[in-house]
Design a protein around this ligand. Structure first.
Ligand code: BGC
Length: 750
């Protein structure tokens, strides 16, 4: 099926004419109104927010009931004082407000409703980090389309996703929301997600716009602590953090969310370099910049603005078009214009961008949502099936000693651990509209297969109370194998969920110790929003699956893999540290003057190399790593045509991959390069391509990559983006540290 692609960042003359016509009629107050986005309710007491949100998560209260409606909301809409609302999903309420906007406000400009739909609306998919481990952009595109179709049926026009922040620090809780550490993979996934959202058209004919976030550098928050500053050189910004945004825009994204963090002294939400020089001057991108929730107000505690009015001035002048919940533009923007400290032309330009998006979305023609659609649209069988497939493909096999997995269904299985039957936790960290009752647990999943099943939680997720030894030993007593389901709960990753220690919370390691002592074969199913540092557990287990938080079909997907109905194919998209002290540990690091591997300067032996005296440099599991129930062999790397290529040509490189085991399996074949000598230091490896291939036992396939030499460009010593001639290495392999290696050279010319 082909899907109509919506581009929200191409100027369309018909729309531009409508924008100008509207702008001519607008008062300054109405212009400012278009730049204001608020929630429809009064924010609850911040001290109670976490607790209240947990209640929403467990289904105790609905998101709508949590927040008291703003008494002035209808009047704000009627007077054109707001242009957008966020985090609503009630079509009746949205229509009622939209009717006031369209029929009762002076110019009839419709509202645009934005919302966080991070890994599904009602059909909850695995967390985005897990989704990325599928290395299957087509599947993610479909999942994003489902999420957007469901959201559109609820009256949502604008999705605050994908989060495209690359991050190399698993202490940062928001790694759960992104695609991992890699620039290339992050870009591919960003594009796929934007395409998925923006090709969705709800049955009622409504379109959806994506809003990639958080622009920019947020994933580099110092010490992995959320909202912390970043120190980023222009080169690192350009090479690591900006590319996924460029990819999202190339896929048609017409809005972006500006981040909370400061970038080497200049906060991202008042940063003329990133917001103007890069976004507008270099990229000529005409979309809307929406501030993150409170990011303009935060310019005050950042210490670059003395007060909210000053913050408003800095943000609008830097290029932040819309104020999300800062209460900065509404009270101060008109005043700043009247005083002459903000030219009205700047406000006009921001209003143009907002109107452009509303017009391009078709909101003027179709402002209302068909209120009957929601129930027929959500949780379709196809959507559930897709959620299952994504979950299956996202699970990463980390260890399988003695081929313990897959288990035969004739086994008597004990399913132990606080996450074994934790329905809510399956949904993951950011599911405003997901429902616990939709999710299947691991216990239920295993129950579909196992001949006999016993269960004990054994301990709580994070509490300090001891392990329930009696229950655990009783459950294990008759079992032939133990499936231990441990890790982080859903609320231990995501926003504001940074951790300094990435081990098992609470008493879970003590529980694992107890189970391990029984000597029963042990399968560990790890769950979490990030790689977890569990060296002892990795030793104790015979087999380990990283199952993340897998969404509504998490339990079924785990069981399908445990019992071999599905052969695991997920591969890590973040290096998995051995210890917190290694962080940041990532595969595409620079060499250093004293590298541990390869040729160093001869007079310096091991003690004086770049290393730890108490730990290897390498992570526990490398980027790109993931096991299978079969084996794949790589042979015959061929760098085709010529090894000497001018910059305008294409490198063609291939290898033969053979399924040398006894089961059909899917392998993610990865292409890496290294630029050996540059005018600035270059990463020791860079991913440049990948292909998922499925092979029957004994089947071999030649996997061929075509890499335009232009994609080897980088920001050179003069900050010019170009390909430098010279020698390169190229690998085709199963992960970032193994594979076949060849070489080629790029010569100067054309
Ligand atoms: C988050 C954003 C989110 C926004 C709106 C903020 O706290 O950083 O990612 O889109 O809230 O809910």
């Amino acid at each position: 099926m082909t899907h109509r692609m919506n581009q929200y960042n191409q100027l369309n003359p018909a729309i531009e004419a409508q924008v100008e016509a509207l702008l001519q009629q607008m008062t300054l107050a109405e212009k400012v109104g278009q730049l204001v986005q608020i929630t429809p309710s009064i924010m609850p007491d911040p001290d109670q927010l976490t607790e209240l949100l947990a209640k929403v998560g467990s289904g105790e209260v609905s998101i709508e009931a949590l927040f008291k409606p703003r008494p002035d909301l209808e009047e704000l809409v009627r007077t054109g004082s707001i242009g957008s609302l966020l985090n609503m999903a009630n079509p009746q309420q949205i229509n009622q407000l939209q009717r006031i906007a369209v029929e009762e406000s002076r110019l009839g400009i419709p509202l645009i409703v934005g919302s966080d739909v991070i890994h599904g609306f009602r059909t909850i998919f695995p967390i985005p980090l897990a989704e990325a481990c599928t290395w299957n952009p087509e599947l993610l595109e479909q999942a994003s389309r489902v999420a957007a179709t469901e959201a559109a049926a609820a009256g949502i026009d604008w999705i605050f996703a994908p989060m495209v922040d690359n991050s190399r620090d698993p202490r940062w809780g928001r790694v759960a929301e992104g695609s991992g550490e890699d620039v290339f993979l992050g870009g591919v996934m960003a594009e796929a997600r934007v395409r998925g959202f923006q090709t969705a058209v709800s049955p009622g004919g409504r379109n959806i716009a994506a809003c990639p976030k958080h622009y920019v550098g947020y994933g580099a928050s110092e010490a992995g602590r959320d909202y912390n500053p970043t120190e980023l050189t222009e080169r690192t910004l350009r090479e690591v953090h900006l590319p996924p945004f460029a990819a999202a825009f190339a896929a048609g994204a017409g809005s972006v969310m500006s981040a909370f963090n400061d970038i080497s002294g200049v906060p991202a939400s008042a940063n003329p370099f990133t917001l103007k020089t890069v976004l507008r001057d270099e990229w000529q991108w005409p979309g809307v910049v929406l501030s993150d929730f409170g990011a303009i107000a935060e310019l005050v505690p950042h210490g670059v603005a003395a007060n909210l009015k000053e913050a408003a001035r800095l943000a609008i002048l830097a290029g932040v078009d819309m104020d999300m919940m800062n209460d900065a533009y509404a009270p101060y923007l008109a005043e700043l214009v009247a005083e002459g400290s903000v030219p009205e032309a700047v406000v006009d330009e921001s209003v143009r961008r907002v109107l452009r998006l509303k017009l391009a979305l078709g909101l003027f023609e179709r402002p209302f949502t068909d209120e009957t659609l929601l129930n027929q649209t959500i949780l379709s069988d196809e959507a559930r099936q897709l959620a299952l497939e994504v979950a299956q493909q996202s699970i990463v096999l980390l260890k399988n000693e003695g081929d313990l997995l897959p288990l035969s269904p004739t086994k008597r299985v004990a399913v132990i651990g606080p996450l074994a039957d934790a329905r809510r936790d399956m949904l993951g960290m950011w599911t405003l509209f997901g429902k616990e009752e939709d999710a299947e647990t691991v216990l239920e999943g295993v129950g579909r297969y196992a001949a006999a099943l016993t269960h004990a939680a054994g301990c709580s997720l994070a509490g300090s109370e001891g392990v329930d030894e009696t229950a655990v030993l009783a459950a294990i007593d008759q079992a032939e194998v133990v499936v231990l389901v441990v890790g982080e709960g859903a609320n231990m990753s995501g926003e504001a969920r940074s951790r300094s220690q990435l081990g098992l919370p609470g008493q879970q390691q003590a529980l694992a110790d107890l189970v391990a002592q029984t000597g029963k074969p042990l399968v560990v199913v790890l769950m979490g929003g990030r790689p977890l540092i569990v060296p002892r557990l990795l030793e104790q287990a015979d087999a380990v699956l990283m199952a993340w938080h897998g969404g509504i079909c998490a339990g079924r997907a785990v069981a399908d893999i445990v019992f071999g109905a599905v052969n695991p194919s997920g591969k890590l998209t973040m290096s998995w540290p051995r210890r917190e002290g290694q962080i940041p540990v990532y595969y595409s690091h620079k060499s250093t003057g004293r590298p541990m591997t390869g040729e160093g300067v001869p007079q310096f032996g091991e003690p004086f190399k770049s290393r730890y005296i108490d730990l290897p440099n390498e992570p526990q599991f490398p980027f790109g790593f993931g096991g299978s129930y079969t084996t794949f062999e790589y042979a015959d790397l061929v760098v085709e045509k010529t090894a000497v290529l001018p910059p305008s040509s294409t490198l063609v490189v291939s290898a033969t991959v053979c399924n040398s085991g006894s089961r059909a399996g899917t392998e993610v074949v990865q292409l890496y390069i290294r630029d050996l000598v540059g005018s600035v230091t270059r990463p020791v490896k860079e991913l440049k391509g990948f292909q998922r291939i499925t092979l029957q036992p004994g089947e071999a396939q030649q996997v061929r990559f075509e890499l335009p030499i232009a994609e080897l460009a980088f920001w050179d010593a003069q900050m010019q983006h170009r390909v430098e001639p010279g020698e390169f290495q190229v690998w085709i392999g199963p992960n970032a540290v193994s594979g076949l290696v060849g070489s080629f050279a790029v010569v100067a010319g054309d």
